[in-house]
Design a protein around this ligand. Structure first.
Ligand SMILES: NC(=O)C1=CN([C@@H]2O[C@H](COP(=O)(O)OP(=O)(O)OC[C@H]3O[C@@H](n4cnc5c(N)ncnc54)[C@H](OP(=O)(O)O)[C@@H]3O)[C@@H](O)[C@H]2O)C=CC1
Ligand SMILES: O=C(O)C1=N[C@H](C(=O)O)C[C@H](O)C1
Length: 251
């Protein structure tokens, strides 16, 4: 059986360098290109890449994806910074290249995906929900893509259940004291030397709290998700948002 031809964009970065190692170590994959900033995207075509694993920066990801999609190269994207406008643009490119698949995964680790699903399931049963994400201080964006997605899923679950507004008597506050508002859910970002990628979802009801916590302690935590995404995206045209769609979570 021929091996899946995979390229990594952002190959010298914290997660990209780990992805290079993981693809090299996968028996069913061949690493055909490992590109850094300034490298020529034509290398993707020349190397015959079937899948590009995009792990760069929010300022680079759109240009890279435009190239991949218009050249029929499937993409597995971990880079953050997704807005409605960006997703609409990506969908336009995909509409013109209907056989191409793109997976955007706010988080590739199974524990983080489960945290999001557990939080979504629990949210309607509690009056209050807040998200705290904690990361290494070199992270360029806040809140994390994972926290933003978690808050969106919580908000949607609460809206579907008809949950009332969360109790909060704050009348005065310093700017930022209540965190960022993501679809009505407070999201707090901590940047601390020594950390990698962590998240807590705090839920509170009358006389009880529930805390769902996930810790990525090494970038290896993201690799099974990247490899799974690469295998599945080649037979999944269009945009898939969230690794959970490639997992059998009921099974
Ligand atoms: N979904 C997930 O599970 C995870 C997602 N991430 C996300 O992945 C992204 C990268 O994170 P991290 O590795 O920590 O960041 P780094 O800054 O360590 O790595 C990014 C790398 O991409 C390079 N780069 C920038 N632009 C381009 C380009 N046009 N082509 C090729 N390479 C480019 C950078 O080069 P230079 O240094 O020269 O700018 C750098 O080497 C972030 O958005 C982060 O949030 C991270 C971990 C897990
Ligand atoms: O920059 C990181 O490190 C991470 N970024 C992603 C995010 O913003 O959610 C995933 C994970 O939290 C690590």
């Amino acid at each position: 059986m021929s091996k899946l031809r995979v390229a990594v964009l952002g190959a010298k970065g914290r997660i990209g360098s780990e992805a290079v190692k993981a693809v090299r170590a996968a028996d069913d994959m061949e690493l055909v290109a490992a590109l850094g900033r300034g490298d020529d995207l034509k290398t993707l075509v020349e190397s015959g890449a079937q899948v590009a694993v995009e792990l760069t920066t929010p300022d680079s990801v759109m240009e890279n994806l435009e190239f991949c999609v218009t050249h029929g190269i499937h993409a597995v994207v971990g880079t953050t910074g997704w807005t409605e406008d960006r997703l609409a643009q990506l969908n336009e490119w995909l509409a013109a290249s209907p056989e191409t698949g793109v997976l955007i995964a706010p988080n590739f680790s199974i524990g983080a995906v489960l945290t999001m699903k557990f939080a979504e399931a629990a949210a309607p049963y509690f009056e209050s929900v807040e998200v705290v994400e904690l990361h290494h201080p070199k992270k360029v964006d806040a809140p994390s893509g994972t926290a933003a997605r978690t808050a969106q899923m919580i908000a949607a679950a609460r809206a579907k259940a008809g949950s009332p507004a969360m109790p909060d008597a704050t009348a005065t506050a310093l700017d930022g004291a209540r965190g960022a508002d993501v679809d009505g859910i407070p999201v707090h970002s901590v940047r601390l030397r020594g950390l990698l990628a962590h998240q807590e979802v705090l839920l509170g009801g009358e006389g009880e709290t529930l805390t769902i916590r996930h810790d990525s302690l090494h970038h290896s935590s993201f690799m099974p998700g990247i490899l799974l995404g690469s295998r599945k995206v080649v037979t999944t045209p269009g945009l898939t948002f969230g690794l959970e769609h490639f997992l059998d979570l009921n099974g």
